[in-house]
Design a protein around this ligand. Structure first.
Ligand code: SAH
Ligand code: DHB
Ligand code: MG
Length: 218
């Protein structure tokens, strides 16, 4: 199987399962026009985030890593009617693009974007959150874990993106700080008494990667 085939299969399912969406298309166009990197979740992954929010009946959602707000909008769309979402972004340019996209989506009132390094903004937040999506700064994943757990309660769902990285995660001697961060994160999650977790490897338009899905037990 080649990357082209993975992408063709993703495209097939995108055509059949992911409804065309002018707002999300406009979000991606504005992000590209502003020169943001093309690293947002894929359309099926965005759909998964929305479905998870709906399945969880999430009223409060936290995201680490906004970029242009593509995944943020997917999550916010799945949120319960009276819900609110907090998203953390370090880059002011990304934050500006995202805020414009939230306004375009009619979601500016329910999304609170906090500018700054997540390790600084996380301790300022009031939890608990029902759903937490970690999608930034892989070297810091192990430091994010206790902070997001202090913002969780029984039933909180935690998704952590980009934990496979073309399989690099299995190399114990990797020099890559992001992969080292992910390995420590996975070990901490696996040992943690408050967490049940699994891992899904993914292939598709974004190549070969994967995400961790965890549930806070207590
Ligand atoms: N969730 C987005 C993609 C996020 S890409 C989507 O799927 O649409 C990762 C983002 O995290 C980038 O915008 C980057 O600027 C931001 N970031 C990186 N390190 C960060 C940190 N320490 N705190 C907050 N944001 C960070
Ligand atoms: C990168 C970051 C992501 O969050 C992602 O999903 C894919 C790639 C990156 O930094 O290259
Ligand atoms: Mg990601």
């Amino acid at each position: 199987m080649s990357r082209d085939q993975w992408a063709a299969v993703d495209d097939y399912f995108i055509e059949h399962l992911v409804p065309a969406d002018e707002i999300l298309d406009a979000t991606l166009a504005a992000s590209a026009a502003a020169g943001l990197p093309d690293i947002q979740v894929s359309p099926p992954q965005g759909r998964l985030l929305r479905l998870l929010a709906e399945i969880r009946g999430a009223r409060s959602i936290l995201e680490i890593g906004t970029l242009g707000g593509y995944s943020t909008i997917c999550l916010a769309r799945g949120m319960a009617k009276d819900g609110s979402l907090t998203t953390l972004e370090i880059d002011p340019k990304h934050a500006d693009v995202a805020r414009a996209n939230f306004a375009l989506a009619g979601l500016a009132d329910v999304i609170d974007l906090r500018l700054g390094p997540a390790l600084d903004t996380l301790p300022e937040l009031d939890g608990p959150f029902d759903l937490i999506f970690i999608d930034a700064d892989r070297p810091s994943y192990p430091q994010f874990l206790p902070l997001v757990l202090s913002l969780s309660r029984a039933g909180t769902v935690i998704v952590a993106d980009n934990v496979v990285r073309k399989g690099a995660v299995v190399d114990p001697n990797t020099p890559d700080a992001g992969v080292r961060g992910v390995r420590q994160f996975i070990e901490d999650v696996s040992r943690h008494p408050r967490l049940d977790a699994t891992l899904m490897q993914t292939v598709g338009v974004k190549g070969y990667d994967g995400f961790t899905l965890a549930r806070v037990i207590s």
